[in-house]
Design a protein around this ligand. Structure first.
Ligand SMILES: Nc1nc2c(ncn2[C@@H]2O[C@H](COP(=O)(O)OP(=O)(O)OP(=O)(O)O)[C@@H](O)[C@H]2O)c(=O)[nH]1
Ligand SMILES: [Mg+2]
Length: 325
């Protein structure tokens, strides 16, 4: 039995193995994903982003407990783009959600970058598919807020949450580009600390000014105290309300289309990136550089030749030749 088939039957070890393969970008894992794909498309994906330490994992842990009480099966993917450097945060995530580790209705997996940030969104979306195919009803993806990966995860979610904390007024200003339009629910966590109401007022003002429509959805603002499990029901309610909005208005299928589009582009980008890596430092590239230096060709002509050979490489990949990328 292949990994994909085992995963569809709910095999946790097979799922963990496939996700590891995705992290490594292994060709076998990608083949298994082809078989898994027809079994995906049912899970509801919730993205949880925010700056380091705002309480994402504590909140996610509360939401797991909440959804479990409603008999939903829950998957969690914790991503840390900086883990290759710090090594620490993922451990913290797992400890934070440890109380669910014996529950077979919960599957928690951390994803590390292993040095290649670009492919992380691809691996994360792959991991979502794995959990989806296992039969998880809801999959939460936690990312530390930074740059492209956060934007990708927000865009790939059905419902996107961003977690802020009091005293984070300045970060609202920085958040605007890309993220803001895509966030469905703003969570003000650590509401036990001073300034939560002020942050809420600032957010409301900003949402009025930047009302880009978001498909007609008025983003919700929810106050929580994750360490005291306060506001969890309200937050879960906001997620359910947003889901209802997407389903009723037909926007859910648009979001899913967007997710497939992102995945497709990420995959193409991955091929091109691998190809460039293979070229760099190789004889073929050096020969073209010589040709340019000696006036035999131009950078434009040489790059057309290179892209032509990329097409050849992709052909090999299509027929799963030994030399495929
Ligand atoms: N005062 C207060 N502290 C909280 C609250 N929620 C979480 N914390 C604390 O904030 C710290 C970080 O919590 P995490 O849940 O690990 O935050 P995170 O956003 O997942 O952190 P990273 O994954 O490292 O980015 C922990 O010490 C929590 O106990 C809250 O509502 N109030
Ligand atoms: Mg965390």
């Amino acid at each position: 039995m292949g990994l994909a088939e085992k995963i569809v039957r709910g095999d946790v070890q097979a799922a963990a193995r496939l996700i590891s393969g995705l992290e490594d970008g292994s060709p076998e894992a990608l083949d298994e994903m082809d078989s898994l794909y027809p079994h995906t498309g049912r899970a509801y994906v919730v993205g949880v982003t925010g700056a380091p330490g705002v309480g994402k994992s504590t909140l996610t842990d509360n939401l797991i407990a909440f959804f479990r009480k409603q008999d939903m099966k829950v998957g969690v993917i914790a991503i840390d783009p900086t883990s290759a450097l710090t090594g620490g945060a993922l451990l913290g995530d797992r400890i934070r959600m440890q109380r669910h580790s014996a529950d077979s209705g919960v599957f928690i997996r951390s994803l590390a970058t292993r040095g290649w940030v670009g492919g992380l969104a691809r691996a994360a979306i792959g991991a979502v598919h794995v959990m989806d195919a296992m039969g998880k009803d809801i999959v939460m993806v936690e990312t530390v807020g930074s740059g492209q990966i956060e934007i990708d995860i927000v865009r790939a979610s059905d419902t996107a949450l961003i977690v802020l904390t009091p005293g984070a007024g300045d970060s609202i200003q920085m958040m605007k580009a890309g993220i803001l339009e895509a966030v469905d629910i703003f969570v003000i966590n650590k509401a036990d600390m001073e300034g939560a109401d002020r942050l809420k007022a600032e957010l409301e003002l900003m949402l009025q000014e930047n009302n880009k429509g978001n498909g007609g959805w008025q983003p919700e603002i929810v106050l929580t105290e994750a360490i005291n499990d306060r506001g969890t029901g309200e937050l879960a309610g906001a997620i359910v309300k947003h889901k209802g909005f997407l389903v009723d208005g037909g926007a859910l299928s648009k979001r899913r289309r967007q997710r497939v589009r992102l995945e497709l582009l990420e995959t193409v980008e991955g091929y091109v990136r691998d190809f460039i890596k293979k070229l760099d430092g190789g004889d073929y590239l050096e020969k073209l550089v010589d040709d340019i230096l000696q006036g035999r060709t131009s950078p434009r002509s040489a790059s057309l030749e290179i892209t032509g050979s990329l097409a050849g490489d992709l052909d090999k990949l299509r027929s799963k030749g030994e030399d495929g990328l």
